[in-house]
Design a binder for this molecule. Structure first.
Ligand code: PEP
Ligand code: MG
Length: 565
């Protein structure tokens, strides 16, 4: 969609991470295509071609080392490891041998040599198999030098910029430095894809699913204003708009760890975390505890099940950040968009509907047992209050089996995620077993609306503003109340300040979100009473469409405009 006045043009996509920033566009180079199988012309000097390979590898190694020197913590380690791979003589010497023996063009020789090396590393398993991605990264970079193509990956520029890409791979997102990349825009991706979740975790305004026509219209160096709330991109914004962006950026909001409505009704504001570093920064941001620890994030790259000791260490790191506080730990949610090589059947036709999450215990019950054992040990070694829950519980039998199993390991508070419509509809029965529940609105929306959460083309369906989703959350809360059980929300809906008021009105007791969202959600909740939240919930579930619900609720919350949300 495009709107323009005399000087500026406004384009739009799906706003997935709020915030208003302005800066120059830097485009991410497209992926390097596989070079054709071609041989050198007779006039070419074989040894010179071999020398070009060595020089290209050197250049790539130096470039990666330079980036590593400028990068922080996790990104630095990743870049250093990749630089070591570029310095590894196996890749270049095998490629040079292919040039000498088969007269292959250097770019094809590097591609094939990398393929051989990757297969070898994979066969070794463990840490070595994890290096396959580095080999591919180095391969692409060397081929880019040899073919004089733009270097793949996140651009390196001295000034902060707005990154424009088709999509971001997990390896790219790990390297995003929020001081350099102030916002990103992708032509692909949906509102609850993990790229979008990461943008919110980094507190970086982001717009996804714009379609190629929009990203193609953004030229290198164009000054753009990115509004991550509205999902709009303005090329050549007015001076007034730039001033407002600067003013909002200079306002620092904090959360004091006291989530409540205006009339003092407590709402626990918790953090979603994936590792110890995330937990520490969430604690610094004032989170009252952890409402979702995605344990699978600790092991996404691991080809084999982590040992109990390795798990204890990973969990302990998170628990230590919250002494005396609640930490809700979710057991492995493997499958669909988060496959774990040791737990996921990659051949299923419909993985989102398949043996994912808690269902993997049908095939591999011992993986859950090891995890519960590790968690109980980590709890014993720290002072956090562990609540454990399983993802995608669908029936009362599953709720019973999981909670009994967890308690048999000494974990006292055992609950479930409500992500499948059946669990919300049958909540009263499930709560006979579960001590608590947390609604995963990302998956609940996906399953209620039958809309793949990764598809940008279905973004209008993939929103928890859909009244059908809100009604089901209301049903889940009603099912919990006779048993006096608390229901939280830990999906992305909890980080939307307007929706947060609706969720509280529906009876939700805690909201768990990326730590960056805590101040905004807190500020908006403190502007309304519990009765007003209930009123907003009524308005939202009475609406006929998601848009109607959203617009009607926003209209009653003038604070959103004041805060630029
Ligand atoms: C959810 O589905 O809302 C949720 C919190 O889990 P995940 O996003 O990890 O699937
Ligand atoms: Mg989920």
């Amino acid at each position: 969609m495009t709107a323009s006045d005399t000087t500026s043009t406004t384009l739009s996509g799906i706003g997935v991470s709020p915030g208003l920033v302005a800066g120059p566009v830097a485009r991410m180079a497209p992926p390097i295509p596989e070079p054709e199988i071609a041989t050198l012309e007779p006039s070419r000097d074989i040894e010179k071609e071999c020398e070009r390979i060595a020089l290209a590898a050197q250049q790539v190694k130096k470039g990666l080392e330079l980036s590593a020197a400028e990068a922080k913590a996790e990104a630095r380690t990743l870049l250093e490891t990749t630089a070591q791979m570029a310095a590894d003589p196996t890749l270049t010497s095998t490629a040079q041998a292919m040039v000498r023996e088969k007269r292959l063009v250097p770019e094809r020789a590097v591609w094939e040599s990398a393929g051989t090396l990757a297969t070898m590393l994979e066969s070794l398993g463990g840490y070595m198999a994890e290096r396959t991605r580095d080999v591919q990264d180095v391969r692409d970079r060397i081929v880019a030098v040899l073919t004089e193509s733009p270097m793949p990956g996140i651009p390196r520029l001295p000034e902060p910029f707005v990154l424009v890409a088709a999509d971001l791979a997990p390896a790219d997102t790990a390297l995003l430095d929020p001081e350099k990349v102030i916002a990103f825009i992708t032509s692909e991706g949906g509102p609850t894809s993990h790229t979008a979740i990461l943008a919110r975790a980094l507190g970086m305004p982001a717009i996804v699913g714009t379609g190629e026509e929009v990203t193609d219209a953004l030229a290198e160096g164009d000054i753009v204003l990115v509004d991550g709330t509205k999902g709009t991109i303005t090329i050549n914004p007015s001076e007034d708009a730039l001033r407002r962006a600067r003013e909002l950026a200079s306002r620092v909001r904090v959360f004091n760890g006291d989530g409540a409505t205006k009339d003092g009704h407590e709402v626990q504001l918790l953090a979603n975390v994936g590792d110890a570093a995330g937990a520490r920064s969430a604690a610094e941001a004032g989170a009252m505890g952890v409402g979702l620890f995605r344990t699978e994030f600790c092991f996404l790259d691991q080809p084999e099940e982590p040992t109990v000791e390795a798990q204890v260490e990973a969990y302990q790191g998170v628990l230590e950040a919250f002494p005396g506080k609640k930490v809700v730990v979710r057991t492995l949610d493997a499958g669909a968009d988060k496959p774990l090589p040791f737990l996921t059947d990659a051949t299923e036709a419909n993985p989102a509907l398949g043996v994912r999450a808690y269902r993997t215990t049908r095939r591999d019950p011992e993986v859950l047992e090891h995890q519960l054992e590790a968690l109980a040990k980590a709890e014993a070694a720290t002072e956090a209050k562990v609540w454990v829950m399983a993802p995608m519980i669908s029936t009362a039998d599953e709720a019973k089996a999981f909670t009994e199993k967890a308690r048999s390991y000494g974990l006292k508070t055992a609950g479930m995620m409500i992500e499948v419509p059946s669990a919300a509809l049958m909540a009263d029965k499930l709560f006979e077993h579960a001590d608590f529940a947390s609604v995963g609105t990302n998956d609940l929306t996906q399953y209620v609306m039958a809309a793949d959460r990764l598809l940008s083309s279905l973004a209008d369906l993939s929103t928890a503003w859909q009244p059908a989703v809100l009604r089901l959350i209301g049903t889940a809360c009603e099912g919990a109340s006779p048993n006096g059980r608390p229901v939280g929300v830990c999906g992305e809906a909890a980080a939307d300040p307007a929706l947060a008021t609706v969720l509280v009105g529906l009876g939700v007791a805690s909201l768990s979100m990326t730590a960056r969202a805590l101040p905004d959600v807190d500020a908006v909740l403190k502007s309304v009473t519990l009765d007003e939240c209930r009123e907003l919930a009524k308005i939202a579930i009475a609406a006929a469409t998601a848009e109607e619900a959203h617009t009607a609720v926003r209209a009653k919350l003038p604070i959103l405009e004041e805060l630029g949300l």
